[in-house]
Design a protein around this ligand. Structure first.
Ligand code: ACO
Length: 438
């Protein structure tokens, strides 16, 4: 295929010669100059489809939410570098930015915060419903079920415009998912649930709901609240990753927002995606039990016959250091210094990173630490149990999922997602009655 043809109108096209036909395909260019060949007419014109397992070369939508450049390690939300947001913004403000497309005025931020506060309580019947869930159930399973159940507990609102109803649904989700996460933790311990407080910020409220008890009040600390804000800002969106694509795909069938988000939570649960932060800590703990010797783990990761991978390394898009991992490493140092704590897993992680970054296998494969490599150490220091790490990621990713779902819904060229396939099964055969089967 030639990719540099200019049409008569001067617009770039790509020429494809296939099956004895020559066709011109338009090239579309994004605002940062990245290019894509629009193949939407390919099958109609040629009878051919494209084949791209894992969609590594496929743009599934146009999106104005997040820009990332995997070669240069750039991540921006609505044009703003994530480094600036991590330094200056809060998770609530960044959520507003992602969902509404601009930084809020004081009045808008205030209105958003009021709605978040108004919708922070969870229906009491939900609490009793989920208190009978098996204690050993993974919190991600509980969370996806609870979010899906929100539609039943909070059906459609009458008398509101579409925009007003969406605002309520969005703030309800953002606020309640945080409350439900803390609630399911308390239920898993058999402790009484702590309710959200009107006088606390979003992040402070979460820490209080998680760790306050009537016999041991939790002392809120500004540095730890800030660390949680940064953790959630860094996770807030990452364009068309696996869980976001799940939200868009399920949402394309026009299910309600809660059901689409529930699909995203389920996808995020996987150890190759959001589950990696839990898997990193489990791997570092195994290395610690092994006396801190990580060489066997590196050897296994390099062995083509062994499915083992170094968790927290590698990324589908980043072929350099994940910019979020750099910030997370700094947050790690701040939190541990604040708590006056040393974490032996951090020492192992830093030595492992140093060795892996020089190893020809990791260099040749462009494998660098991703956000999950250091995030587990931050969460551990905050007191979050390992099996809730992915829930923390899910709360952070929620504004991104909502923004992507909304963008899809507002797109006048919206289409039900329905990929095709290259069929490799048997050619037509005939039904054989059971008594005649050999
Ligand atoms: N350790 C060892 N080898 C690796 C690793 C790793 N962590 N990651 C990729 N590779 C190797 C593969 O074995 C493969 O080698 P080969 O070409 O010699 O066969 C090559 O790199 C490419 O691997 P793919 O799986 O095709 O690359 P992909 O882009 O699909 O992988 C992924 C991305 C899934 C994240 C992968 O790097 C991985 O499994 N990492 C570990 C899990 C992890 O940390 N996930 C978190 C991702 S970030 C996030 O979701 C927030």
């Amino acid at each position: 295929m030639k990719d540099d043809t200019k049409t008569m109108e001067g617009r770039e096209t790509a020429t494809l010669i296939v099956g004895g036909k020559t066709i011109e395909l338009p090239v579309i260019t994004g605002s940062e100059g990245e290019k894509g060949i629009d193949i939407s007419s390919l099958r109609n014109k040629t009878g051919y489809i494209t084949f791209d397992p894992g969609f590594a070369n496929t743009g599934a939508c146009r999106s104005a939410i997040t820009f990332m450049d995997g070669e240069q390690g750039i991540l921006r939300y609505r044009g703003i570098p994530v480094e600036e947001l991590a330094e200056k913004s809060t998770f609530v403000e960044t959520s507003y930015l992602l969902i509404n497309g601009h930084l809020p005025s004081s009045q808008e931020l205030n209105g958003f915060s009021v709605l978040l506060n108004d919708h922070s309580l969870v229906h009491e019947d939900m609490r009793t419903f989920f208190s009978n869930y098996p204690r050993e159930a993974h919190p991600m399973g509980i969370l996806s079920s609870m979010v899906n159940a929100l539609r039943s507990f909070y059906p459609r609102l009458e008398g509101l415009s579409r925009v007003e109803e969406l605002n309520v649904q969005v703030t309800r989700l953002l606020s309640k998912m945080r409350t439900m996460a803390a609630m399911s933790y308390k239920i898993s311990l058999g402790h009484m649930v702590v309710y959200p407080r009107q006088d606390l910020s979003y992040c402070a409220n979460f820490l209080n709901m998680m760790f306050n008890t009537p016999v041991k009040p939790y002392a809120l600390d500004d540095d730890l609240i800030r660390a949680l804000n940064v953790f959630w800002i860094l996770h807030a969106d990452h364009e068309q990753n696996c869980s976001t694509s799940a939200v868009r795909l399920v949402g394309s069938a026009r299910v309600n927002l809660y059901a689409a988000i529930s699909a995203g939570i389920t996808a995020l649960w996987g150890p190759l995606h959001g589950g990696a932060n839990q898997a990193v800590i489990e791997m570092l703990e195994k290395i610690q039990i092994n006396g801190g010797d990580f060489e066997p783990f590196i050897a296994r990761a390099k062995d083509r016959n062994d499915p083992f991978r170094l968790m927290g390394f590698g990324h589908r898009v980043y072929k350099t250091y994940d910019p979020r991992a750099l910030i997370m490493k700094k947050v790690c140092d701040i939190v541990l210094a604040k708590l006056n704590r040393k974490d032996p897993l951090l020492d192992i992680a830093m030595r492992l990173e140093e060795v892996a970054l020089k190893d020809p296998y990791f260099v040749d494969h462009n494998l660098y630490p991703n956000v999950d490599f250091y995030s587990g150490i931050v969460l551990r220091a905050l007191g979050i149990p390992t099996n809730m790490f992915t829930v923390m990621f899910a709360i952070g990713r929620l504004p991104g999922w909502i923004a992507q779902w909304k963008e899809d819904h507002d797109d006048p060229n919206w289409k039900l997602v329905r990929p095709r396939q290259i069929y490799t099964g048997p050619e037509q055969t005939h039904y054989v009655p059971i008594e005649k089967r050999g």
